[in-house]
Design a protein. Structure first.
Length: 339
């Protein structure tokens, strides 16, 4: 068993304003039972003095200048780091004092990344995120999101995709898989990365004892027009980038159902126009994303296995922890989903 210490870790915090959240996070990092080697705050064009605050609290600040999105900021932090491990943490996250220690313990030999049990900051008895699963229709679920915390989320397990909300990675993984795709800007860039990891056979670990609390879309808001537009666009990007032609035909109906249902959810929140704008942009840029598939276009079986496995996991957790109307309708309209 390899020996991993906290001094091997650079914590990367991408920020775009909201310095009060950053201050809380940096204080939480200073209180960790195992301190990281460095805290690196990547300021993505903040105008509220976030970089200066970071430096006053002992972090190193990298100023990006103009705002370019979450993926670009994270990539800059990875390039700047000089440790074999990097932890990526959103500024709207609060960490338990032993969060890093628990993740380090879970990063066993052969495990490329680890993430913990992330609870909602507003309702600390409910799950915000654990790990990611993607359905055939190209929409994903942070497994357990909105469900009451309970035994179903207390068991460690192997995972294929981790949300970049608060997670630990081997730096070598980015050499192997590549950095985040900056065309996604923000939202679903981590799902894209997780798909690339799964196709390359680089798995991770869910460590439920590593606890954090997440405010969620604190900078713009969950249903801000720009959040909705980018999410809707990036759902199309995922399909364009990862689905071989044969799967596009095979999964045409689940894709239509999943995307239309998400549009109805956006419409219910008064964001129908933003959803439409995102879809139009995604389709307009389809050919740009339709380059060589990660793992090659011959990986039809691998992609199908990942998507079917994602649906099985969504169905399992929905069955055990409470049903969501979106997924109820999706599985009903797609004849029960992938078996």
């Amino acid at each position: 068993m390899e020996s991993i210490i906290s001094g091997d870790v650079t914590v990367i915090v991408p920020v775009w304003n909201r310095r009060e959240l950053l201050e809380r996070l940096l204080c939480g990092l200073r209180a960790q039972t195992q301190a990281p080697a460095e805290v690196l705050v990547v300021d993505d064009g903040s105008q509220d003095g976030s970089a200066e605050l970071a430096e006053s609290l002992g972090a190193r600040a990298v100023r990006m200048g103009a705002h370019g999105g979450f993926a670009r900021a994270v990539n800059r932090g990875i390039r700047e780091s000089q440790t074999p491990l990097v932890a990526i943490v959103n500024n709207d996250v609060e960490l338990a004092p032993d969060w890093l220690e628990r993740l380090l313990a879970g990063l066993e030999e052969g495990v490329w990344f680890a993430t913990g049990r992330i609870l909602q900051a507003a309702g600390r008895d409910r799950i915000d995120a654990t790990y990611d699963a993607l359905c055939r229709g190209g929409t994903g679920w942070r497994v357990g999101h909105g469900c009451p915390d309970g035994p179903a989320f207390r068991e460690p397990c192997a995972i294929g995709s981790a949300p970049f909300t608060a997670a630990l990675f081997r730096t070598a993984l980015f050499d192997k898989i590549g950095l985040l795709d900056e065309r996604f800007e923000s939202y679903l860039e981590d799902v894209d990365f997780g798909l690339r990891c799964a196709l390359a056979g680089c798995g991770g670990r869910y460590v439920p004892d590593a606890v954090a609390w997440h405010a969620g879309s604190a900078t713009l808001g969950r249903w801000h027009p720009e959040t909705t537009r980018r999410t809707a666009r990036n759902q199309v990007f995922l399909i364009a980038k990862h689905y071989p032609g044969r799967l596009l035909w095979r999964y045409a109906w689940p894709i239509l159902v999943a995307q239309a249902l998400w549009g109805l959810v956006a419409l219910r929140h008064g964001r129908g126009w933003s959803w439409l704008r995102g879809k139009v942009e995604g389709l307009r840029r389809w050919r740009e994303l339709r380059g060589p598939l990660p793992g090659g276009r011959g990986s039809v079986t691998c992609v199908a296995q990942i998507l079917h496995g994602g649906e099985r996991e969504i169905r399992r957790v929905q069955r055990e922890s409470g049903r969501d109307l979106y997924w109820n309708l999706y599985f009903l309209l797609t004849a029960g989903g992938a078996k």
